[in-house]
Structures are given as C-alpha cells and as structure tokens.
Design a protein around this ligand. Structure first.
Ligand code: PEP
Length: 255
C-alpha cells in the first residue's frame, strides 16, 4: 500500500501567535502547491498559537495542516491547565503529538498515560502521532529494538485494528532529539521496520502496510532524503529545523 510521507514540524515551546503567523506565511510561500500532492506537511505550534494558525490557513486556503503538542486524557472538568481533544477538534486540528519524550521524561508520562491520551485523541477525530524512542544507554546496550517494541505495545495496548489504522507512529531516539546527532538511515529503518511488524501483530498485515511511521531526531534538509528513502520510514517529526521557514520547506520538498 502506498503511504504518503508526512512531515510534521514540532515547534515545542517556541514562537508567540504573531511569530507563528509569520512563520506559516513564509513556509506556505516557500512550498508551492505542487509539493502537497506527494507529501503532507503539518505544523505543530504551542496551544496559544493554534487559533491564529487556523485563521490563516483556513482564510488563505493553505494546503498545510496543523495540530497540537499534547492533549488531555480527560473530556472536561476540573483539570487546571489541561486542553481537551474536543477543544482541539473545534480548532480544526488534524494531528496531536502524544507521548513525546519530553513529556515522558519531564512530565512523567507513562505508556498508560500515552494510551489514555491516544484514546482521547481518537475519540475526537484527531490523528495521534504516538512517539516512542530509546535513551542512549539502551541504544549502547543494543536493546533498542526490544525497548521500542515494548513501549509501542504499552502505548497502544487494547486498541482495535481500526483504531490503530488511524494513528501515526514516530520513532524518536532520545539521544538524537535536539542534539544534532541524527540516527543513521539504517538505524531508523531497523526500528521503523520493527514498529511495522509490531503493528501487524497488534492489528493485522493490512493495517501495518498502511500505517505511517515517522523518524524524528535532528532531521534537516541534509539528511531527510536518505532517512525518508528507507522502506519503512514514511516521513519525519522535525523539531529545531521546523522553526526556520526555508529549511522546513526545503526538507518537506525533499521528502
Ligand atoms: C522533536 O522535537 O520531536 C525533534 C525531533 O526535535 P529535533 O528535530 O530538534 O531533534
């Protein structure tokens, strides 16, 4: 099954809503419409920017989509500081990142939390981008494939094949995020192939053939071609390089 590559720009806690508008305008200007036939491109701004990004993208009929960096596992109520899936859906979000390593390590999110958030996203018609990835010690011990398979199984436990068919999975080795130390294309392929095989086990072969598996970790225009050229890598989750319009447009065009 042909899978359309996805390039997702995770802005993290960068850019206010005015800076967000300027960046989206520049990306759209640098990425002619013809590219969107072959690649899906999405921006993932902070919550406070989403309404402005929505207004711009809808108003100018831009072909970019957008999403959020996190979602509450709860529907509504006394959860100060949380943002629900229905709120994000109302803002027209397509994607929501779930279980980014910064949420897992800095905010103590477990596989159970990630699963609950994934369910909340699906319930509201959002596409969760479920992140997994090993730390350096695990990689150096050679246990990375088993670790990622376990993390994926824990993060998707009990989901139906239909639900799994609606998610995107991002393999992001923690040692490669924001470090400039990108995984080799072979490293990315090794784990992304294991992710796909695990999806076949959890769902079925058809779902595994259709699910998009991204690589993330110091992706740039210099390395994206080789990484996304791997059989089981269907795009990239991009942090630092997504904050520079020219660089993000260039790497999206290459993918
Ligand atoms: C990320 O934040 O998911 C990420 C991959 O960051 P960077 O591209 O900066 O390594």
């Amino acid at each position: 099954m042909a899978r359309k590559p996805l390039i997702a720009g995770n802005w993290k806690m960068n850019l206010n809503h005015l800076e967000a508008i300027a960046l989206v305008q520049k990306i759209a200007f640098s990425l002619p419409a013809k590219y969107f036939d072959k690649v899906d491109v999405t921006v993932i701004p902070p919550f406070t920017d989403i309404r402005s990004v929505q207004t711009l993208i809808e108003g100018d009929k831009l072909l970019l989509t957008y999403g959020a960096q996190d979602v509450s596992a709860q529907d509504s109520g006394a959860f100060t500081g949380e943002i629900s899936g229905s709120m994000l859906a109302k803002l027209g979000c397509t994607f929501v990142v779930v279980g980014h390593s910064e949420r897992r390590t800095l905010h103590g999110e477990t596989n159970e939390t990630v699963l609950a958030k994934t369910k909340a996203a699906l319930k509201n018609g959002l596409t969760p981008i479920v992140c997994i990835g090993e730390g350096l010690e695990i990689r150096e011990a050679g246990d990375h494939v088993a670790y990622n398979v376990d993390q994926l199984k824990g993060s998707l436990a009990g989901l139906s094949a239909e639900e799994i068919s609606k998610i995107v999975i991002a393999y992001e080795p923690v040692w490669a995020i924001g470090t400039g130390r990108v995984a080799s294309a072979a490293d990315a392929q090794e784990v992304c192939a294991a992710v796909r095989a695990t999806v076949a086990e959890l769902a079925d072969a058809e779902v595994a053939a259709g699910v998009r598996v991204l690589y993330g970790g110091s992706v740039s225009s210099k390395n994206v071609g080789e990484i996304v050229g791997q059989t089981d890598v269907d795009g990239a989750l991009v942090g630092g390089a997504s904050l520079k319009a020219d660089e993000f447009a260039t790497l999206s065009a290459i993918a």
